[in-house]
Design a protein. Structure first.
Lengths: 1007, 208
């Protein structure tokens, strides 16, 4: 043995010329490139790496792959990159790797939590449900239990790494790069198919890499050589993609498969090329899928079967031949099939002292018996393990015959430092089951295998229940050709690689015993089924006894198969044990559901590139840079960012809004209104169309004129509003709200295509074709005249609700005289690419008039002074035009969308919530938006009768007082009445119900 | 006073970028003429062929082109007319004359959308990071055009036919959202050395 202690003198795919250093906990170890954390730890004689979830029992390395249940550690050097619950069997070693044990304190060797193991009899399955009932209840205990439970810790800092999602389509997706998968990819690739081959580990080859190259040849070559040759051929095909370190984790409908690629997890963070993402999510849409994900070996279920140093026999072979590690010196093998014998002889050949082979069966293969006897291996046929010893690593196994004839036979104790168990192989059917395929229980192999397919997939090799190497090659070639053919290609037959006779053998006959008998009374047997969640046969038995007979119920009651490993090695044993307790066959009780993901996938990979700055798009206008440069505070409106107010140096937001709102009525205010939705409406039936869309009449609007319109949903409620202008008899320019633009266009197209296909109308969105500068204020006509060549904007000559074509500096513009503030107002529309220039012109030429840019907050305030509504502020989908007092907007003749609903009796009730104005008696008090309107001075005992709520509330600089609009039950009839508005911290405020046009009211009072 | 009108394209602030050895090149094509044409294809095709020497593509996902002028199929009665910047007004006038005799709509959307051109040997691979469309050369051939979602943005992707030698994909993207897509395409090219592009950000959203 080498200086690593358990490293074999030769063999494996590791690079022995280089040595890497890594740490586990406080210790530092050597490893070679090509090692996993597991193989490196085992090479150094470290089996115990973790503590179990519930009882904090010592946990060793059971397997060599992604099925590993309990050998979980935390990886990572810093608090941002700490990666909990990493399977040591999958983490590849790099220089400086730092791994830490988790779920133990203060140390792995001495863990306070292990007290749970002492009190185990008091915390059986379901103890949560039994213990935390009644006073003080679960909520009181939850924080304590949560702290005691759980495995790793989440990283404490934001993830510094980059991730990305990639989409791919292919003819044939092959999942699994073992003998079957490689043949499948080859068959499909040679047929010219677009192939993706995904392999979960770092190298292609699968089981071929877990075999002794002295004993197995493929086409006369060493397995690794054959693998390299096939890989080279596959890589030479332009339409074949090979992904390694890539796990197909989810099989969804329509052959959509999620593949998780660890691009750089095997590299030291310091050496990862900056440009490479840490992980990728491949979203693959495959015409055909070949499932060649191999098989998973299951452990044997016996008393004290959870000690470190107890490993799966097949995995031991992987450590020997792939990593050059034999994880024990004195070895006992326990098996229920032929593959355990192959493993035992492998270990003996590699120089291990195989003390004994324990076989549950009484009939064993003569070749195995002869070879074992020749090597001096003790053979116990028809035998059981009654117990094991060894605190943090197995030291002894006790064996006795399974059937005791004539009195008790004392167990034989055998010393060992490795117990390799071979409980039989189960096809890895997880993805097949996820695809909705039907599983079929095969008594020959005592496991589930793929039955009827639902989607376009087929299984091959060990995943299909064929465990012999020759069978795997043939199966893979068949499946690959089949898939290529189904994808429309014409595959040619493939020569099947030849392997020596020993390669034909699978696991042979198998004898499954759900729980091996021990010398102890049944209730004292602690035989573990789920090593991560500490579920024993006793727990499952209790579940059945307490009525949780269904596998799904027993699973949830005991948490069997509910850990991060989802019971990959545990489930079949759990089903078998449940079946035996219920006295039924396994097929009769069925399986739990196989769900995505096959193994835990990082959230970061799922989020991909859509995080941080690229989380979501923000829409900005052509004038955005100017707003930014001039102190704008922005507000999101849908995806848009709109300037909310422009703060001067040292100015507060409130002061800025007041200043802007004053300017818009005193001199000139200017607003970027580019975000409003705009639709070009064209066709001989355009008028008729608008007449059906809007509540008011449109048949007589003359070219050059504009009109305000209200749009309802089919429920009669206000959906959108805006001004639409007539450009020509068959041509209109419609505007919508900023947030409603896409919804309105979609709805109108829907009506044209499905309800009114007879109308000759075309609609096209022109929202962003135009940048819109909205000028407002008594002086603004002067600025419009200054700006526009040859346009006299005098309000007398350019009437309200009309439009003119004009030019600014020779650039065509369209000017609308429309107003959202009640003040004299013009909107200049220009091609968006000139938007910034026009805005600058307005600022320069408007300086002499004191032009003031104003944001959306002042715009909201200004329109509220006039009592104009904002869809979405004064309306919430339950407000109709009558509620808003806009009956004048509703035509009495002719149909329109929502008309029928609007004239239902309920829509016309006189106690509906109606829009009114509210004035506080203290003019400086600004009501809170959303506050409830109530009928009494003092709040009565809840429930307080609510009359409505405040929809908009501002301090108006132009009126010198606060104003508010509210929706109040029977509101208009209450005009002049006193009501109250509740406050969170204070007595209700008295308010007067008024009309909504506060400006008009002031003018009337003044006049 | 700088009175002379100036135009700004939405990606004015983004000079062309590329990965190592031109693996991926990203560039805005500003001010390309773009018009939406809606019309009955049977009525419009012959007049347009007579006027422009260019027919309307009838088949979904296809385009027709003559020199720098092309029609992109967007729907059964909807196309985008694309022209070189200098030809826009002329071509639009020609089309308008050709279809004036019957119900139609021709709308200038030249400033609504801009074009992000993505070229280079890794263009297809980069774009596949953003869209679930099949962009394999067997599936997405020169001349094809289709609308889809790229990241979180709607865009139209077009591979002009007959661009001799190298393929230059064109993404037609709305003005307001172009910067987002630009940065997303750049992100997709990071592995081939395209420099990182950070979206315009940092606006004040809250008021103290």
């Amino acid at each position: 043995m080498s200086k690593h202690g358990y490293r074999l003198p030769r063999g494996g795919l590791i690079d022995r010329t280089r040595t890497l250093r890594f740490s586990f906990g406080r210790q530092t170890f050597d490893a070679h490139p090509g090692d996993t954390l597991a193989s490196a730890l085992l090479a150094n004689g470290e089996h115990m790496v973790a503590r179990s979830f519930k009882y904090h029992r010592p946990r060793g390395i059971l397997s060599a792959g992604s099925e590993e249940p309990a050998a979980l550690v935390e990886i990572g050097a810093d608090r941002a990159r700490s990666d909990p619950n990493t399977r040591v069997t999958e983490q590849e070693i790099f220089e400086g790797l730092k791994a830490r044990p988790q779920n133990c304190w203060p140390t792995l060797g001495f863990d306070i939590g292990a007290l749970n193991d002492v009190i185990a009899p008091f915390i059986p399955a379901g103890f949560y449900y039994k213990t935390f009932k009644g006073w003080p209840g679960w909520m009181a205990f939850e924080p304590l239990v949560r702290r005691a439970a759980g495995l790793g810790r989440a990283p404490a800092l934001p993830d510094p790494d980059r991730y990305e999602a990639v989409n791919r389509h292919c003819d044939v997706l092959v999942i699994g790069g073992g003998p079957a998968g490689m043949m499948a990819a080859l068959a499909a690739g040679r047929a010219g198919a677009r192939v993706m081959l995904c392999e979960e580990t770092a190298a292609l080859g699968g089981t071929l890499l877990s075999r002794d190259p002295e004993m197995l040849s493929v086409d006369g070559k060493a397995p690794a050589e054959w693998v390299a040759a096939i890989r080279a051929e596959l890589e030479s095909m332009p339409d074949v993609a090979i992904l390694t370190r890539a796990t197909a984790f989810g099989y969804y409908s329509h052959n959509f498969v999620g593949v998780w690629e660890r691009v750089s997890d095997h590299l030291s963070p310091a050496t990862v090329p900056q440009r490479m993402p840490r992980q990728r999510l491949w979203r693959v849409r495959a015409k055909e899928v070949v499932l060649a994900a191999g098989s998973i070996e299951r452990p044997l279920v016996f008393h004290e079967n959870d000690r470190p140093g107890i490993m799966l026999a097949g995995s031991v072979r992987t450590y020997m031949h792939r990593y050059g590690v034999l994880p024990g010196r004195r070895i006992v093998v326990a098996t229920n099939n032929d593959s355990g014998w192959d493993a035992a002889l492998d270990m003996a050949r590699a120089g291990g002292e195989v003390a004994a082979v324990i076989d549950l069966r009484s009939e064993m293969a003569p070749t195995h018996l002869t070879e074992a006897a020749r090597r001096g291996i003790a053979i116990y046929g028809n035998a059981t393990i009654v117990g094991t010893e060894g605190r943090n690593r197995i030291s002894r196994v006790a064996v006795r015959p399974l059937t005791r004839r004539g009195g008790s036979s004392r167990p034989v104790e055998i010393e060992c430092d490795l117990l390799a168990v071979a409980g039989g192989w189960a096809p890895n059917v997880a993805l097949f089951a996820q695809s909705r395929g039907k599983l079929r229980y095969d008594e020959q192999i005592e496991a589930f295998r793929p039955g009827r397919s639902w989607q376009h997939e087929r299984s091959a090799g060990a995943a299909n229940g064929f465990f012999g190497m020759a069978e795997c090659f043939a199966e893979g070639a068949r499946a690959g050709a089949d898939a290529a053919r189904a994808a429309g290609l014409d595959p040619k037959p493939l020569a099947i690689p030849t392997v020596p006779a020993s390669g034909q053998i699978g696991q042979g006959p198998i004898r499954v015993i759900p729980e091996l008998p021990s010398n102890r009374p049944k209730h004292k047997i602690r035989a573990f089924i789920d090593l991560q969640d500490d579920v024993t046969t006793k727990d499952l038995g209790l579940a059945v006894k307490e009525g949780y007979r269904s596998v799904e119920h027993a699973k949830r009651y005991t948490t069997s198969g509910m850990g991060t490993d989802q019971g990959k090695v545990a489930n079949l044993n759990a089903f078998g044990f449940l079946a035996s307790v219920r006295g039924e066959a396994i097929p009769a009780i069925g399986t739990t559901t196989f769900r995505q993901p096959y193994k835990p996938v990082t959230f970061a990979a799922l989020a991909g590139q859509h995080v941080g700055d690229l989380f979501a798009p923000r829409r900005t206008t052509a004038m955005h840079d100017w707003h930014r440069a001039h102190g704008a505070v922005f507000e999101p409106v849908g995806d848009w960012l709109r300037a909310r107010a422009y703060l001067k140096e040292g100015e507060s937001f409130h002061a800025a809004v007041q200043r802007e709102a004053r300017a818009a009525r005193a001199t000139i205010g200017v607003l970027d209104a580019s975000t409003l939705g705009k639709v070009d409406v064209r066709g001989p039936d355009a008028r008729e169309f608008l007449n059906r869309v809007y509540t008011n009449a449109w048949l007589k609007l003359a070219p050059g004129k504009a009109r305000y319109g209200l749009m309802l949903g089919e429920d009669g409620m206000v959906m959108d509003d805006g001004v639409t202008a007539c450009l020509a008899d068959d041509h209109f320019h419609m505007t919508t709200t900023t947030g409603g633009a896409a919804r309105v266009l979609g709805k109108l197209e829907d009506y044209l295509q499905t309800e009114w296909p007879d109308l000759k109308v075309y609609l096209t969105s022109v929202t962003e074709e135009w940048a819109v500068v909205s000028l407002c204020g008594p002086e603004c006509h002067k600025l419009v005249s200054d700006l526009c060549d040859g346009l006299d904007a005098d309000p007398e000559k350019f009437p309200f609700m009309t439009l003119r074509d004009a030019h600014v500096g020779g650039v065509p513009v369209r000017v609308f005289r429309i107003s959202f503030t009640g003040e004299l107002s013009y909107e200049i529309n220009i091609k968006a690419s000139y938007g910034l220039w026009l805005w600058q012109q307005v600022m320069e030429k408007g300086a002499q008039y004191g032009v003031t840019p104003y944001g959306t907050e002042a715009m909201h305030l200004l329109r509220a002074e006039k009592g104009f509504i904002i869809v979405g502020q004064e309306t919430d989908g339950t407000v109709n035009p009558l509620d808003l007092g806009l009956i004048g907007m509703v035509k009495m003749k002719g149909d329109f969308i929502g008309r029928r609903s609007l004239f239902r009796p309920d829509s016309m009730r006189d106690d509906r919530r109606e829009l009114v104005g509210l004035l506080t008696s203290d003019p400086n008090m600004v009501l809170m938006e959303g506050a409830q309107v109530i009928g009494g001075e003092a709040e009565s005992e809840p429930p307080v009768p609510m009359l409505g709520w405040v929809a908009s509330s501002y301090f108006s600089p132009n009126l010198g007082r606060s104003i508010a609009m509210a929706l109040v039950k029977g509101g208009r009839k209450r005009t002049g009445e006193q009501l109250w508005v509740s406050r969170r911290d204070g007595a209700p405020v008295a308010v007067m119900v008024t009309a909504t046009d506060f400006l008009a009211a002031r003018e009337k009072a003044d006049g | 006073m700088a009175d002379a009108p100036f135009r700004r394209s939405p990606l004015f602030h983004r000079p062309p970028i590329q990965g190592e050895a031109g693996a991926l090149r990203i560039e805005e094509q500003p001010f390309v003429g773009k018009f939406i044409l809606r019309a009955d294809p049977d009525a419009a095709v012959e007049p347009l062929r007579a006027a422009l020497g260019l027919g309307l593509p009838f088949d979904p996902l296809t385009s027709s082109a003559l020199g720098d002028t092309a029609f992109l199929w967007l729907g059964p009665d909807e196309w985008m007319l694309v022209t070189a910047p200098a030809d826009a007004a002329d071509r639009a006038a020609t089309v308008r004359r050709a279809v004036s005799g019957f119900h139609h709509q021709l709308v200038d959307v030249g400033d609504y959308y801009t074009i992000i051109e993505v070229a280079g040997p890794k263009a297809r691979e980069a774009l596949m990071k953003l869209t679930s469309l099949d962009l394999h050369p067997r599936a997405f051939t020169p001349g094809m055009v289709t609308g889809s979602v790229f990241g979180r943005a709607n865009a139209t992707i077009w591979l002009p036919a007959g661009s001799a030698g190298e393929e230059r994909f064109r993404l037609l993207i709305r003005w307001s959202i172009a910067d987002y897509l630009w940065c997303l395409v750049a992100h997709a090219g990071r592995e081939w050395g395209v420099p990182e592009q950070v979206p315009v950000k940092g606006e004040t959203l809250t008021v103290g």
